[in-house]
Design a protein around this ligand. Sequence first.
Ligand code: MG
Length: 160
Amino acid sequence: MNLTKKLEKAINQQITAEFWSSRLYTAMSFYCEKDGLDGFAHWLRKQAEEENEHAYKMASYLIKRGGTVVLGKAEDTPSTWKDLADVFKAVYAHECKVSKMIDQLVTLAEAEKDKATELFFWDFVREQIEEEETAGAIAERIAKFGKTHLYELNQQMMNR
Ligand code: MG
């Protein structure tokens, strides 16, 4: 059974959004690198790679279900932030936004009575719990210890 046109369009929008997330985290990584925060730059680069993988995974699924991948326009990303705390507040906010988008895809799959697509995106619903938790925890650590222990925090981020 092929995907409905509605679902095909929505998944394509999500693929475009995942690539944009990757671009956003890449831009943040460069911001941190310029600021000498190589650990945070490393973490964000890994995060960017993960978003690319999400896009590829969704694209493969779309193709498997008879769809055609249509990449949307690559919108500009911001290139600067107020400071490191601001970067990770933005990461957390972005992950919360992505969670909502994924939830909407599950809701649409339900409405289209497409169980396989529902199941496929439930994995991402679960994944978003981790994404929000991790980003939130880093933002909190920066808020609490960013002024006194920035060096150590930066080193820790290298472990990803
Ligand atoms: Mg993602």
